[in-house]
Design a protein around this ligand. Structure first.
Ligand SMILES: C[S@@+](CC[C@H](N)C(=O)[O-])C[C@H]1O[C@@H](n2cnc3c(N)ncnc32)[C@H](O)[C@@H]1O
Length: 303
């Protein structure tokens, strides 16, 4: 599918606007531009006089942002949201009124055969958000021992059959050839686990957790999230808000803990906000989305 046929439907848009509460003249950081759905909605709310600072690690998302929002009040940054405080400072744009992080991958990345995000596409198993940095997942599969691979799949995929799956990947590497494509990995995993295996009564593909684990590992996703949560208060004004949408428990747990334990945050959402029944029907991606929001408190010291 060519990228102009792809669309990314943003999740929880109404709820993000309600909780971030952007006002005319404000500056908001969208730390995960993707297809720009949230950026566009936020931009309407900060007009007139307001500004968006949009980040993405993916150079293609940055090109999209430039094509969509050139000549508008959007500053586009190719970078990791972990660097939000430094970049806002260097732009002379801080402190900002709000920060949004909508974690994970976009529909553009999923549809691109060269990226390896989709199980059934025969392209290289890359899985990097920024293909100019680090190593692709297929190289990690070539390099790691079965034991190390099992740890990655267990810790980042919460996969209880991690040892069995890692052994199958390494056996294939030794006996035939290393796994190179997304489809090959999905097939190796499906063959390694019992036929009836899979979450939610078999509705989740058995390869889902292994792909999640490799994607988290090659992108250092949890480290980026933890750093962003630690540094975001340095970029926010007192009373400014941060909203994070996560899609699995490893992310959600970190957001919940940071908002609860860092005294510079005041939790606004006691429970995570989830998509309405209607949104879940029309956008299946929204079913696992959880939105948590906090306000930058007046505390400057935590001791
Ligand atoms: C779920 S999509 C965002 C969709 C977007 N909110 C929209 O409305 O189209 C997540 C995006 O975040 C980017 N991303 C993931 N981790 C990142 C990080 N640490 N820093 C910056 N961008 C990141 C991905 O490349 C992807 O484009």
């Amino acid at each position: 599918m060519s990228s102009d046929q792809v669309q990314h439907t943003p999740v929880l848009t109404r709820e993000v606007i309600e909780w971030l509460d952007p006002r005319p003249g404000q500056t908001i950081v969208d730390g995960t531009f993707g297809g720009g759905g949230h950026t566009g909605e936020l931009l309407k709310r900060v007009a007139p006089g307001g500004r968006l600072i949009a980040f993405d690690r993916d150079p293609e998302a940055v090109d999209r942002a430039e094509a969509l929002f050139a000549h508008q009040n959007v500053t586009i940054v190719h970078g990791d949201f972990a660097d939000v405080a430094r970049i806002v400072r260097e732009l002379g744009a801080g402190p900002v009124d709000g920060i949004l992080l909508d974690l994970g991958w976009s529909a553009f990345q999923l549809a691109d055969a060269e990226r390896g995000f989709s199980f059934d596409i025969d392209g290289p198993l890359d899985l990097r958000y920024d293909p100019t940095l680090g190593e692709p997942a297929w190289r990690m599969l070539e390099r790691l021992s079965a034991e190390h691979l099992a740890d990655v799949i267990y810790h980042y995929g919460e996969e209880r059959l991690s040892r069995r799956i890692a052994r199958a990947i390494v056996e294939r590497r030794v006996q035939r050839q290393p796994v190179r494509s997304a489809r090959e990995l999905a097939e190796v995993v499906r063959r390694a686990v019992p036929k009836t295996y899979g979450g939610s009564g078999g509705r989740i593909d058995p390869a889902t957790r292994t792909f999640q684990a490799l994607r988290i590992a090659v992108n250092g996703e949890l480290e980026s999230l933890e750093t962003a949560l630690k540094c975001a208060p340095d970029a926010l004004r007192e009373g400014g808000r941060i909203a994070v949408i996560s899609f699995h428990s490893l992310e959600d747990r970190r957001v919940k803990q940071a908002f609860r334990d860092d005294c510079r945050y005041e939790v606004l959402t006691r429970r995570p906000v989830q998509a309405s029944e209607a949104e879940q029907q029309t956008n299946p991606q929204s079913r696992s989305a959880k939105l948590r929001v906090a306000r930058r408190s007046g505390e400057l010291r935590c001791d």
